[in-house]
Design a protein around this ligand. Structure first.
Ligand code: ZN
Length: 282
């Protein structure tokens, strides 16, 4: 039988099929081959003795949280207290995209903005939409219904970004559940691994404590260049095919920064990310 692993506690894997739920163990062979089944894995299992026999090919996976086959990541981003941090936002968008996951921006706390601040934030919203990111706000739960359908979505965002109130808006039961898990993890007594996909709007979501600590560890400067949407799409307009958009002549990206078509915060973050990956190069 085939199914999707939706929950993992220690060696117990909860597998969901179209009609049922099974709790399975992993075959010993996986351990020998140093393969661990992950939440999000599509698996073939033996329903007689509840053993996972085969893990289907993964589209992608993350280590923390340990989840496979993620379709998209919702980057929950506060625009006020704490103020919009475009550096952290652009960093997360770039790393998520490098991991072959589609990032979605979810701006929160727009109701705390003054009229002038709102104008400024509206410009950012327009800009991120223009360059091709999906942008939503937490003003309405209906914004998420089509977004989550048939997808595995990872929720990320710095603390204080309003992730709990977003979960509460989407489904109050869900927030209780995820709170219990993070509490039991914080207690630190049990080092039991617990990852779980929650069903929501005909899709699945998974919460990620600590995703904001991610860094560029294995990424090269080319990975940065090719995972920022408007930088990537403008490369073919540059004079040199391998243009890094820093010092080169005939650079379409620099030209668009000058005309304001590419906003300065994005370009400055781009240059900073490049210099970080250059410094940490092995
Ligand atoms: Zn260029």
């Amino acid at each position: 039988m085939e199914g999707l692993i939706i929950k993992n506690i220690s060696n117990d894997y909860t597998v969901k099929t179209n009609n049922d739920i099974y709790v399975c163990k992993a075959r010993g062979k996986f351990k020998k081959d140093k393969i661990t089944p992950l939440v999000g894995d599509y698996v073939t299992f033996d329903e007689e003795n509840n053993y996972i026999m085969k893990i289907h090919k993964r589209k992608n996976y993350l280590i923390r949280p340990s989840v496979a086959n993620i379709d998209q990541a919702l980057v929950v981003t506060s625009v006020k207290s704490p103020n919009l941090d475009t550096n952290l936002l652009d960093k997360l968008l770039t790393i998520i995209s490098y991991n072959n996951i589609e990032p979605i921006i979810c701006f929160t706390k727009l109701d705390l903005l003054s009229p002038n601040e709102k104008k400024e934030i509206d410009n950012y919203i327009k800009y991120y939409k223009k360059i091709g990111y999906i942008v939503v706000t937490n003003s309405n739960k209906d914004n998420f219904k089509d977004l989550f359908k048939n997808k595995i979505t990872v929720l990320t965002g710095q603390s204080g970004a309003g992730k709990s109130s977003l979960l509460n808006l989407l489904n109050p039961n869900l927030q209780l559940k995820t709170n219990e898990i993070s509490k039991s993890l914080n207690r630190g007594k049990h080092t039991t691994r617990h990852t779980e996909l929650y069903e929501l709007f005909n899709g699945f979501i998974v919460d990620t404590p600590g995703f904001s600590n991610v860094d560029f560890h294995n990424m090269s400067k080319y990975d940065i260049r090719d995972n920022m949407k408007e930088i990537f799409t403008n490369l073919h307009n540059c004079k040199y095919r391998d243009c890094m958009h820093i010092k080169e002549d005939g650079c379409a990206v620099k030209e668009k920064v000058n005309t304001g078509e590419i906003i300065l915060s994005r370009y400055n973050n781009y240059k900073q990310f490049i210099s970080i990956t250059e410094k940490t190069k092995k």
